[in-house]
Write a protein that binds this ligand. Structure first.
Ligand code: G6P
Ligand code: MN
Ligand code: MN
Length: 432
C-alpha cells in the first residue's frame, strides 16, 4: 500500500490530485493521503481537506485521508511526497509580477526577475523539506511542482541530502494532449521529443506511430491553433518563426521571442484587471466558496481556469509508473548526466525519460540544435547563478543572475529593480 504526502495540501489545486489518485486506485493502490500546510494556510487546509474527504467517500475509495500542520509526523512512512507550495502566497506573486513591470521588464512568476525572486524565496524552504524527507522517509520520491520547478529541483539536488527528487510541469503534458487534438489522433499514439529546460522546453519532433508529423503541427500552429494555458497570452507565431525553427515552441517562449508585444499585452491586462496573481486571487476566492459547499464531492470545473490545469495527471502518471515500474516515457525535470552534451552533468533539464522503479532514465539528446543552443546554455547559466545566489545570500550573485537573464540584462537598471524586489520580499528572504 502506498502513502502520499502533499506539502501545500491547502492549495486550491488539491482536488485535482485527489481526483487523480482516486481514478488510479485499481493500478496505483494509494491507501493513505496526508495533506500538510502551514499555520497561515490552516483555514484553506480545513476546507480542502473536507472536500477531499467527500470526494473519497463518494468514490468509495479505500483511502484514509488526514490533514495536519505537523509536517514531520506526516512524513513518517511516506512513499511519495509532492510539493505544491507558494512561499509568501499570491501576495508575493503579485509583487513578482508588478515590480518588474514598473521597471519596464516582463513581470512573470517563473521568468525574468519575478521568477528569480520566487526562486530566492522557495529554494531554502524546499532544501529544508528535502533534508527532512531524507531523515524521516529516505526511500520516498519527492515530486516537485513548486515553481520555478526546474531551478528548485536543481537546487534541492545540489544542496540537500535527498537525491530522489523529480521536477514536474504540466506544459509538456498539455502540449502532447493539444498536439493529439490538432492531429486528431489518440494521445497514446503521439510522441514528442522534448528538449530544454522547464518553461523553456522545445518539441524537436512529433511522431505518430513512428511517422514524423512535426511539420503538420507547425502548419496548424501557423494557422492559428494555439496551446497557451490560462495564465499566458496566446499571441500566435509567425510563419517564418515556425518554419525556420522547425520545432514546437512552448507558450512561455513568447516572453523571449516576442518580448515587446508580450510586455505591451501584459501592461494592458494589468491596467484592466491587475496582474495574473490578482486575477487568480479572485478565481481562488470563488473556488473556495464552492469547496465549502457540503454537497460538492467532485473537482469543480472552474479549476480549468487555472494555468496548472491537469498538473495532477502528470504527477499521478509519474508516481504510478515508478510504483509499477512501467518503463513508459514521460517528460520530467531530472539530472542531465550527459543527456544534453552542451550542459553540465549536474544541471537539471526537462526531457523525456523512461520511468522506472529506480527513477527516471533520461533519453539521450546529444548536442543541442544550433539555433537553440545559445539561449538554453544562457538560461542554464542564469539558473545556476540564481541557485548560487539563493544559497549564498550574496547581492553580487543576485546581480549576476539578473545580468545573465535575457529578460533583464540591462546593466544600470538592475540595481533599482533589485532594490525594490529585495525591499518588497524582505520577510521571506532571511538568507540575504
Ligand atoms: C502553468 C505552469 C505552472 C504554473 C501555472 C500558473 O500551467 O506550467 O507551472 O504554476 O501555469 O497558473 P495560474 O492559474 O496560477 O496562473
Ligand atoms: Mn510549469
Ligand atoms: Mn527533424
Amino acid at each position: 500500500a502506498v502513502k502520499v504526502v502533499i506539502i501545500g495540501g491547502g492549495s486550491s489545486y488539491t482536488p485535482e490530485i485527489i481526483e487523480g489518485l482516486i481514478d488510479r486506485q485499481a493500478s496505483f493502490p494509494v491507501r493513505e493521503i496526508v495533506l500538510v500546510d502551514i499555520e497561515e494556510g490552516r483555514e484553506k487546509l480545513e476546507i480542502v481537506g473536507r472536500l477531499a474527504q467527500r470526494m473519497i467517500e463518494k468514490a468509495n475509495a479505500e483511502i484514509t485521508l488526514s490533514w495536519t500542520l505537523d509536517r514531520r509526523a506526516a512524513l513518517v512512512g511516506a512513499d511519495f511526497v509532492s510539493t505544491q507550495i507558494r512561499v509568501g502566497g499570491l501576495k508575493a506573486r503579485a509583487l513578482d509580477e508588478r515590480i518588474p513591470l514598473k521597471h519596464g521588464f516582463i513581470g512573470q512568476e517563473t521568468n525574468g526577475a519575478g521568477g528569480l525572486f520566487k526562486a530566492f524565496r522557495t529554494i531554502p524552504v524546499l532544501i529544508d523539506l528535502a533534508n527532512e524527507v531524507a531523515e524521516i522517509c529516505p526511500d520516498a520520491w519527492l515530486v516537485n511542482f513548486t515553481n520555478p520547478a526546474g531551478i528548485v529541483t536543481e537546487a534541492v539536488l545540489k544542496h540537500s541530502s535527498h537525491k530522489k527528487v523529480i521536477g514536474v510541469c504540466n506544459i509538456p503534458f498539455n502540449m502532447r494532449n493539444s498536439v493529439a487534438e490538432i492531429l486528431e489522433t489518440p494521445v497514446e499514439r503521439v510522441a514528442i521529443e522534448f528538449i530544454g529546460l522547464n518553461h523553456f522546453v522545445f518539441g524537436r519532433h512529433v511522431w505518430v506511430d513512428g511517422v514524423d508529423r512535426t511539420r503538420d503541427v507547425l502548419a496548424s500552429l501557423n494557422a492559428g491553433n494555439d496551446y497557451s494555458p490560462a495564465n499566458i497570452v496566446g499571441l500566435g507565431w509567425s510563419e517564418s518563426f515556425l518554419s525556420s525553427l522547425g520545432m514546437l515552441p512552448n507558450p512561455y517562449h513568447q516572453y523571449y521571442f516576442q518580448t515587446k508585444d508580450v510586455l505591451k499585452k501584459d501592461l494592458e491586462a494589468y491596467e484592466q484587471n491587475g496582474t495574473r496573481a490578482e486575477v487568480v486571487q479572485q478565481v481562488e476566492a470563488q473556488l473556495f466558496e464552492k469547496y465549502k459547499d457540503v454537497d460538492l464531492a467532485v473537482k469543480p470545473e472552474e479549476l480549468e481556469k487555472r494555468g496548472g490545469a491537469y498538473y495532477s495527471d502528470a504527477a499521478c502518471n509519474l508516481m504510478d509508473s515508478i510504483h509499477n515500474d512501467r518503463g513508459d516515457i514521460q517528460t520530467v525535470n531530472t539530472l542531465n548526466n550527459g543527456t544534453i552534451r552542451d550542459l553540465p552533468e549536474d544541471a537539471v533539464i526537462e526531457v523525456n525519460a523512461v520511468i522506472t522503479k529506480s527513477g527516471p532514465r533520461p533519453i539521450s539528446i546529444g548536442a543541442l540544435p544550433l539555433p537553440i543552443r545559445g539561449l538554453i546554455t544562457n538560461l542554464k547559466t542564469f539558473e545556476q547563478l540564481a541557485i548560487q545566489a539563493a544559497v549564498s545570500g550574496s547581492y553580487e550573485d543576485a546581480y549576476l543572475a539578473c545580468l545573465m537573464n535575457p529578460l533583464i540584462q540591462d546593466e544600470k537598471r538592475i540595481d533599482p529593480l533589485l532594490k525594490d524586489l529585495f525591499t518588497a520580499h524582505e520577510a521571506y528572504l532571511p538568507q540575504f
